[in-house]
Design a protein around this ligand. Structure first.
Ligand SMILES: NC(=O)c1ccc[n+]([C@@H]2O[C@H](COP(=O)([O-])OP(=O)(O)OC[C@H]3O[C@@H](n4cnc5c(N)ncnc54)[C@H](O)[C@@H]3O)[C@@H](O)[C@H]2O)c1
Length: 330
C-alpha cells in the first residue's frame, strides 16, 4: 500500500488549525481525503484562514482552548492522529508574559498528551522549536546537542520534548517532535507586535515603509518554507519505521540566510511587481534580547529516518510566498 493511502479516511486533529502552520496542514490533509478536526481558540489564529474549509464535508471546527482539559478530551474523541500546533509563539511575547506562554505551551501541551492517551490516539506529532538549541553555538544544529534555553518560550518548547518522551516511556503513547526553524509562507500574519520577520518585511515594503533589522543584519536563520513543513508532518504521520518514532527532528532547509540578504531579496522580488519598492531603504536598530545570532540545521536525521526531501529552497519558497502576499495583502 502507498503510505499516503494510510491517511485516507483517517481522522487527524490539528490543534492551532486556524493559525499559519495549522491552516496549511488542514488544507493539505483535506486535499488527500483525510477527515480533519481543527481545535483553536483564535487567540492568534484567524477565521479567514479556515473559511475555505468550513463547508468541506471532511472538516470540523471545535472552538476551544487547550488549557481546558475538557475541550481537549472532546477534540480527541475518535481521532487517529494528532498534529499539535497550538501554542503561543514568539520569544518577545514570552519575555513580556511568561505566565500565559507557559500556561498555553506547557499546561496546554500536557492536557493534549493526556487527552491523546485517554482516547487511544495512535500518534502525537507536535510542533517543537529550533529555540531549544539555546546558547549552544555549534553549527549546523544536530538534534542530540542542545544548549541552555535563552527565553521562556524556549523553555516551554524543551519541556514539551521532555513530556513527550515521558508519555512514551510511561503510557506508551507514540510521539514525534518537529523542531521547526523559522517557517514562512502563506497565511502567516504580518501584523502585530509579534509578527515574524518575513511577512512583516513584505508588508512594510508593499506599504512603502522601510523594514527595520534588529542588529547589523549579519544574524542568520535557516528560513523554512511551509511546503517542507507540511511534508515533514505527513511523513511523521505515515512512517512505519519504529526507529523513526519517539524522537525529534529538525525541520529546516539546511541553508542559512542573513537578515540583510533576506531584506534585499524581498525587495528585489517585490520590485518586479512594483518598481517604486526599489527606492526603499533598510533601517537598523539594536539586537533584541533572547535572539540567537545564527541558526542552521542539519537535516540529515530527517532525510535518513523520515525520508525528508525538501522541495523548496529559500529562494523558491520566498518567491512563492511573495506572490501570495502580493495577491492577498493589497
Ligand atoms: N512559525 C514558526 O516559525 C515556528 C517556529 C518554531 C515553532 N513553531 C511552532 O509551530 C506552531 C504553530 O505556529 P504558527 O507559526 O502557525 O503560529 P500561529 O500563532 O499562527 O498559530 C498558533 C495557533 O494556535 C492557536 N492557539 C494558541 N493558543 C491556543 C489555546 N490556548 N487553545 C487553542 N488554540 C490556541 C492560535 O489561535 C493559532 O491559531 C506553534 O506551536 C509554534 O510554537 C513555529
Amino acid at each position: 500500500m502507498n503510505l499516503y493511502e494510510k491517511l485516507k479516511n483517517k481522522t487527524v486533529l490539528v490543534t492551532g488549525g486556524a493559525g499559519f502552520i495549522g491552516s496549511n496542514l488542514c488544507e493539505h490533509l483535506l486535499s488527500i481525503n483525510t477527515h480533519v478536526i481543527c481545535l483553536d481558540n483564535f487567540s492568534t489564529g484567524k477565521h479567514e484562514n479556515i473559511a475555505p474549509f468550513l463547508q468541506h464535508e471532511n472538516f470540523k471546527l471545535i472552538e476551544g482552548d487547550i488549557r481546558n482539559l475538557h475541550d481537549c478530551m472532546i477534540a480527541c474523541k475518535h481521532v487517529d492522529y494528532i498534529l499539535h500546533q497550538a501554542a503561543l509563539g514568539s520569544v518577545p511575547r514570552s519575555i513580556n508574559d511568561p505566565i500565559t506562554t507557559n500556561n498555553v505551551n506547557v499546561s496546554g501541551f500536557l492536557n493534549m498528551l493526556v487527552a491523546a492517551r485517554d482516547n487511544a490516539v495512535s500518534r502525537f506529532v507536535y510542533a517543537a522549536s529550533s529555540s531549544t538549541y539555546g546558547d549552544h553555538e555549534a553549527l549546523p544544529k544536530k538534534e542530540d546537542i542542545i544548549g541552555k534555553p535563552l527565553s521562556p518560550y524556549a523553555i516551554t518548547k524543551y519541556v514539551n520534548e521532555l513530556y513527550a518522551d515521558i508519555f512514551k516511556k510511561t503510557y506508551n503513547l507514540d510521539t514525534i517532535g518537529l523542531r521547526y526553524f523559522n517557517v514562512f509562507g502563506k497565511n502567516q500574519d504580518p501584523n502585530g507586535a509579534y509578527a515574524a520577520v518575513i511577512p512583516k518585511f513584505i508588508q512594510q515594503y508593499i506599504n512603502y515603509e522601510s523594514p527595520v533589522i534588529n542588529g547589523d543584519g549579519s544574524y542568520s536563520r535557516d528560513f523554512t518554507y511551509i511546503e517542507n513543513v507540511i511534508q515533514m508532518n505527513i511523513n511523521a504521520l505515515i512512517t512505519e519505521d519504529p526507529e523513526a518514532l519517539n524522537t525529534v527532528y529538525n525541520v529546516a532547509c539546511g541553508e542559512r540566510t542573513t537578515l540583510l540578504k533576506l531584506a534585499t531579496s524581498i525587495k528585489s522580488y517585490l520590485t518586479e511587481f512594483d518598481g517604486k519598492i526599489n527606492d526603499i531603504d533598510i533601517k537598523f536598530r539594536d539586537n533584541r534580547v533572547g535572539d540567537i545570532p545564527h541558526s542552521l540545521a542539519s537535516i540529515q536525521k530527517a532525510k535518513t529516518l523520515l525520508n525528508y526531501k525538501p522541495t523548496h529552497d529559500f529562494n523558491k519558497g520566498l518567491k512563492e510566498a511573495i506572490c501570495w502576499y502580493w495577491n492577498n495583502l493589497k
